[in-house]
Design a protein around this ligand. Structure first.
Ligand code: ATP
Ligand code: MG
Length: 403
């Protein structure tokens, strides 16, 4: 049998790839306008980095990570997300010593051993940004403003949901209250949540199983437990967002599937699929937890495939010239194609024979705006015949003169 891609892994090409590249290029432009700098980190890291950052009692680490031993028996992982690696790099290269704060972005493949389904792959791509060293709520507002700008620029219908999940001071009391509540509705929870309710009760709020969703509908809300600082921070974020004119909805059940978050969390949710397409939040302890100095931080990640599936790429305006040689004129056709490319034009030289009709059909099929007909007469006379495929007009142009 011929080889196939591994389950959950995908080739990206054709129209899908055009949408994919459009999404990342628009986001890159937006991030550049906020002065974010790119960082490329490895796809492979020590597995422990993710256990310590994403959290041991999360689906990502418990069920979804591609973990393997290298030849020396070291436990490595294909990265399931981008933040941990960027934080590791920030600490490893002591970036904190260079500037009071940093704004970094990354783009690349992520790997999660999930059950493949629509919008859920085992290799998918994220483009994301991180801000290190800023505790002020204006940074939270600005990050959410970027998300809003991305949605608008790509014309993706999605709404932004936000919540605050507190800090070391206030979350323990909420955790206890939630645990107690979950004990009471225990028989309605799925098997995974039976375990989560003890070890990581907030995760239950993130469960996608319908019975769990309805079981937690009356659960205590984390916003009711926020300490004064967290409450003030959250209020400021909302004020800033309102003054920036950004639409958002408060979702008191929003917790995110990773452990490192503190205070502000947010998601952009597509009403079409019900899926989160962009997600992020603040993670004020992660840098310190991974061995760096105390550094408040925050960021977001865009699921590129999920966003790409919702965008329409604006028509490409660049005109394609399709050079059609007739007779023994391959040398001249190559010369003509080169001359056109030297003028900065996009050119394809025909490698197929056949009648002029067939060639022109093919020119249409590949979206050529102009057919450039090159025969013996053209070669002798040093000119080309250019046919405008839209109007049907045909004209002679002497090579060396601009078309
Ligand atoms: P979900 O709730 O859908 O499982 P998540 O909370 O696991 O998402 P994050 O870890 O926050 O997702 O990742 C950020 C974004 O990456 C998501 O909003 C989504 O767009 C995308 N994403 C996550 N997992 C996958 C996947 N398996 N395939 C494709 N895109 C994904
Ligand atoms: Mg997930």
């Amino acid at each position: 049998m011929a080889f196939q891609t591994v389950r959950g892994f995908h080739d990206i090409f054709g129209e899908d790839l055009k949408r994919f590249r459009y999404v990342t290029s628009v986001i890159r432009q937006i991030l550049a306008s906020y002065n974010f700098e790119e960082i490329i980190t490895p796809v492979v890291e020590f597995a422990e980095l993710f256990e310590r950052s994403v959290g041991e009692v999360t689906d990502i680490v418990q069920k979804e990570m591609f973990v393997f031993e290298d030849r020396k028996g070291r436990l490595l992982a294909l990265r399931p997300e981008g933040t941990a690696g960027v934080v590791r790099a920030y600490i490893q290269h002591k970036l904190y010593a260079q500037k009071p704060y940093h704004k970094l972005f990354y783009e690349g493949p992520m790997f999660r051993y999930e059950r493949p389904q629509a919008g859920r792959y085992r290799q998918f791509h994220q483009i994301g940004a991180e801000v290190f060293g800023v505790a002020d709520p204006s940074a939270d507002a600005e990050i959410i403003e970027i998300v809003s700008r991305v949605l608008k620029a790509l014309n993706v219908p999605a709404h932004i949901e936000i919540n605050s999940i507190g800090c070391k001071v206030c979350r323990p009391a909420y955790r206890e209250a939630l645990k107690e509540f979950l004990e009471g509705v225990s028989e309605k929870l799925c098997k995974d949540c039976q375990d989560r309710k003890e070890r990581n009760p907030l995760r239950v709020l993130d469960c996608k199983v319908e019975t769990c969703k309805s079981a937690v509908s009356e659960a205590p809300k984390v916003v009711d437990f926020l300490c004064d600082e967290c409450r003030a921070h959250y209020e400021r974020v909302k004020e800033f967002l309102s003054s920036l004119g950004i639409d958002f909805k408060e979702n008191p059940r929003l917790v995110r599937g990773l452990d490192y978050y503190t205070r502000t969390v947010f998601e952009a949710v597509s009403p079409k699929t019900g899926n989160a397409i962009i997600a992020g939040g603040r993670y004020d302890y992660l840098v310190e937890d991974l061995g760096g100095p105390p550094t408040p931080a925050l960021g977001f990640a865009v699921g590129v495939e999920r966003v790409a599936s919702l965008v329409e790429v604006p028509c490409e305006k660049e005109d394609l010239y399709f050079v059609i040689p007739f007779g023994d004129v391959q040398d001249y056709a190559l010369e003509v194609a080169k001359a056109l490319r030297d003028e900065g034009k996009k050119v394809e030289l025909s490698y197929r024979g056949g009648s002029l009709r067939k060639q022109l059909d093919f020119a249409n099929r590949i979206g050529a705006r102009y057919a450039v007909i090159v025969g013996e007469d053209e070669k002798k006379g040093g000119y080309i015949t250019v046919k405008d495929m839209e109007s049907g007009d045909q004209k002679k142009v002497w090579v060396g003169k601009k078309v």
